[in-house]
Write a protein that binds this ligand. Structure first.
Ligand SMILES: [Zn+2]
Length: 78
């Protein structure tokens, strides 16, 4: 268990180690949804959050103005 993670979360594997979901926001329309870093890694491999952000396209307004932040809380132990 890596509770009380203090490191900086810069990549998907950092987020996995810290057990954090990610928030993907759209700066164009305000749409936000949670992203599971484990699922993204299965699909896309290791990425920095910055690279992930560049790839995101909003489901609602179709613009590429995503912003990615780590969630504050750990995901449930599953
Ligand atoms: Zn949008």
């Amino acid at each position: 268990m890596t509770r009380n993670w203090k490191g900086v979360i810069e990549t998907l594997s950092d987020a996995c180690r810290a057990r954090r979901l990610l928030w993907a926001f759209c700066l164009a329309c305000g749409h936000a949804h949670r992203v599971d870093p484990r699922k993204v890694m299965l699909l896309a491999g290791e990425l920095t959050l910055r690279d992930l952000q560049k790839r995101l396209k909003c489901e609602r307004c179709r613009q590429k103005r995503g912003h990615v932040l780590p969630h504050d809380e750990e995901w449930d132990g599953r």
